[in-house]
Design a protein around this ligand. Sequence first.
Ligand SMILES: [Zn+2]
Ligand SMILES: [Zn+2]
Length: 55
Amino acid sequence: MAKLICNVCGSEKDVPKCCDKSMILKDNYLMCCCSDNCGHQHIPECCGQPMNYID
Ligand SMILES: [Zn+2]
Ligand SMILES: [Zn+2]
C-alpha cells in the first residue's frame, strides 16, 4: 500500500484517500485515480519539505 515518508525524520503517513482509494502521485500533486473531477491536492509536508511518495 502506498505511503508518504519524510526524508528527514522518517515519519510515515497514509496517503490521503479519495473515492475510497489511495490517491496517486502525478506531476508533484496527489490526484484521485478515479476521476479528474475530484481535483488534486498538494503533497503533505513534514520537516519543511514535501513527503516522499512510496508505492
Ligand atoms: Zn519529518
Ligand atoms: Zn475521487
